[in-house]
Design a protein around this ligand. Structure first.
Ligand code: URA
Length: 432
C-alpha cells in the first residue's frame, strides 16, 4: 500500500488521487492500520483542497465496502424507497413520512442515526415512546418491513463502519463542513442500506450545515451524482431551516407533533414538507404514479386515518405504546411572552435548538443521556403578528431554573419589526 504520508502530501499539494489508493487508505483506516493522526491530516487536506467527483465516489464506494451491505430490493422482492434529511432543529419528518408511505402500500425500511448537539436524532425521538426498541437485528428489521410495511431502526455497527470512525474524527478536527465529505458520509449509508430510490431533504439556513441555498444545492448535486454512479435514483428537496421546522423541538414533543400531523392537525410548514416528500417517494416507488397522484394518495391516507393506523401498527411492532398519554411529560411548563407588539422577523433555529439542548433534549457529548420530556414549543414564527404579552413559546423543563434559562434563550432567538418579512417557502428547490 502507498504510505499514508505520501497520500496526505499529494492531497495537500492538490493532486487528484487514484481510486485504488484512496480506497486502500479508507479501508486501511477502517481496519485500524492507518492511525487517527494521519487520517486527521488527510481530512484537513481534503477540507482545503476538496475532492473531484471521481474521488468523492471512490471515497463513498470504499466506505460502503468497509462493512455489511443490504439489498432491500432482493429482501422485499420489490422496489424499496428510503428518505434522509441532513438534519435540523425540530426535524421529525421521517416519523410522519414513514407511516404515510406505508399506508399507501409502499414498504419503508429506514436505518437512522442518533443526534449529537441540538436535539436528538430520529432514534432518540423514537426512544421517548415507552417500550420502543431501536436495536433490532437486520433479519428482524427486514421481517418487520415485509410484514408491517414499516420499520425505523438503529443503524447496525456493521453498516459503513468507516463512516462511524471518520465522522467521530471529523467532529473533533473541524472537518465536518465539507461538501464531499458530507455527501460521502450520507450516501455511503444510504447505498449500504440498500434502497433503490432515495428522497434526500437537504436543509439550508441558520440551523443547517449548509447555511446558503447555493451550498445546499451543491451538496444536493454531489449526492445525486453519487447515487447515480451507484445505480440509485435520488431526488433532493432543498428545504428551509432558518427557523425550527413545525413548532416542537424536543424528543417526546416532536413525537406528539408527528402524530398530530398524521391526524391532519400538524403545523403548515411541517405538513407541507411531509406531504411533498411523500409525493416524491410514492412517485419513485413501484406504484406507477406521478408526483401529483402520489401527493393526493398521501393526503388521502392522512384524511382517512390509515396513516395514523400505520403509525400505531409500526410502534407496536417495535414494542412501543403508541398512545400519546404514554409519552413522558415535563414537570414545568413556562410561557415565553412577547415584550412588544410587531411582526416576528426572525426566529433563529440554532438558538432554539441550543435552548432545547440546555434543557437536556440533546447531547453535548456522545455518552450524555437525553431527557425525552423536555424541549421548546414555539407558537409564533417568522411573519406572525404579535401583541405585547402574547405567548411566543412554551418551555417544557425539568426545573424552574432550567425553564427560566431556556426562556431567556428562546426570547433572544426572536427578532421583531414593524413590517412583515418576505415569506420564505418551506420547500425552496427540488433537484433530480
Ligand atoms: N450527516 C451525516 O451522516 N454525515 C455528515 O457528514 C453530515 C451529516
Amino acid at each position: 500500500m502507498t504510505r499514508a504520508v505520501e497520500l496526505i502530501e499529494r492531497k495537500r499539494d492538490g493532486e487528484e488521487l487514484p481510486r485504488e489508493e484512496l480506497s486502500e487508505l479508507i479501508l486501511g483506516y477502517a481496519r485500524g492500520d492507518v492511525p487517527d493522526y494521519q487520517m486527521a491530516a488527510f481530512l484537513m487536506a481534503v477540507y482545503f483542497r476538496g475532492l473531484t467527483a471521481a474521488e468523492t465516489f471512490a471515497l463513498t464506494d470504499a466506505m460502503v465496502r468497509s462493512g455489511e451491505t443490504l439489498d432491500l430490493h432482493a429482501a422485499l422482492g420489490r422496489k424499496a424507497v428510503d428518505k434522509h434529511s441532513t438534519g435540523g432543529v425540530g426535524d421529525k419528518t421521517s416519523l410522519a413520512v414513514g407511516p404515510i408511505v406505508a399506508a399507501c402500500g409502499v414498504p419503508f425500511g429506514k436505518m437512522s442515526g442518533r443526534g449529537l448537539g441540538h436535539t436528538g436524532g430520529t432514534l432518540d425521538k423514537l426512544e421517548s415512546i415507552p417500550g420502543f426498541r431501536v436495536e433490532i437485528s437486520t433479519q428482524d428489521f427486514l421481517r418487520q418491513v415485509r410484514e408491517t410495511g414499516l420499520a425505523i431502526v438503529g443503524q447496525t455497527g456493521d453498516l459503513v463502519p468507516a463512516d462511524k470512525k471518520l465522522y467521530a474524527l471529523r467532529d473533533v478536527t473541524a472537518t465536518v463542513a465539507n461538501v464531499s465529505l458530507i455527501a460521502a458520509s450520507i450516501m455511503s449509508k444510504k447505498i449500504a442500506a440498500g434502497a433503490d430510490a432515495i428522497v434526500l431533504d437537504v436543509k439550508t439556513g441558520d440551523g443547517a450545515f449548509m447555511k446558503t441555498v447555493d451550498e445546499a444545492r451543491a451538496l444536493a448535486r454531489t449526492m445525486i451524482e453519487l447515487g447515480e454512479r451507484a445505480g440509485r435514483e435520488v431526488v433532493c428537496i432543498v428545504s428551509d431551516m432558518e427557523q425550527p421546522l413545525g413548532r416542537a423541538v424536543g424528543n417526546a414533543l416532536e413525537i406528539r407533533e408527528a402524530v398530530e400531523m398524521l391526524k391532519g392537525q400538524g403545523p403548515a410548514d411541517f405538513t407541507e414538507l411531509v406531504l411533498d416528500a411523500c409525493g416524491k417517494l410514492l412517485a419513485l416507488s413501484d406504484l406507477g404514479v406521478d408526483e401529483v397522484e402520489g401527493r393526493r394518495r398521501a393526503e388521502a391516507a392522512v384524511a382517512d386515518g390509515s396513516a395514523l393506523a400505520a403509525y400505531q401498527t409500526w410502534i407496536r411492532a417495535q414494542g412501543g405504546d403508541p398512545r400519546l398519554e404514554a409519552l413522558p411529560v415535563a414537570p414545568v411548563v413556562l410561557d415565553v411572552r412577547a415584550p412588544a407588539a410587531g411582526f416576528v422577523t426572525r426566529l433563529g433555529a440554532i438558538a432554539v435548538g441550543l435552548a432545547a439542548l440546555h434543557l437536556g433534549a440533546g447531547r453535548s457529548q456522545k455518552e450524555d443521556a437525553i431527557d425525552h420530556a423536555v424541549g421548546v414549543v414555539v407558537e409564533r414564527k417568522r411573519g406572525d403578528r404579535v401583541e405585547a404579552g402574547d405567548v411566543l413559546a412554551h418551555i417544557h423543563a425539568r426545573s424552574d431554573a432550567a425553564a427560566a434559562g431556556a426562556a431567556a434563550e428562546v426570547l433572544a432567538a426572536y427578532s421583531f419589526g414593524p413590517v412583515a418579512p418576505e415569506p420564505r417557502p418551506i420547500v425552496i428547490d427540488v433537484l433530480r
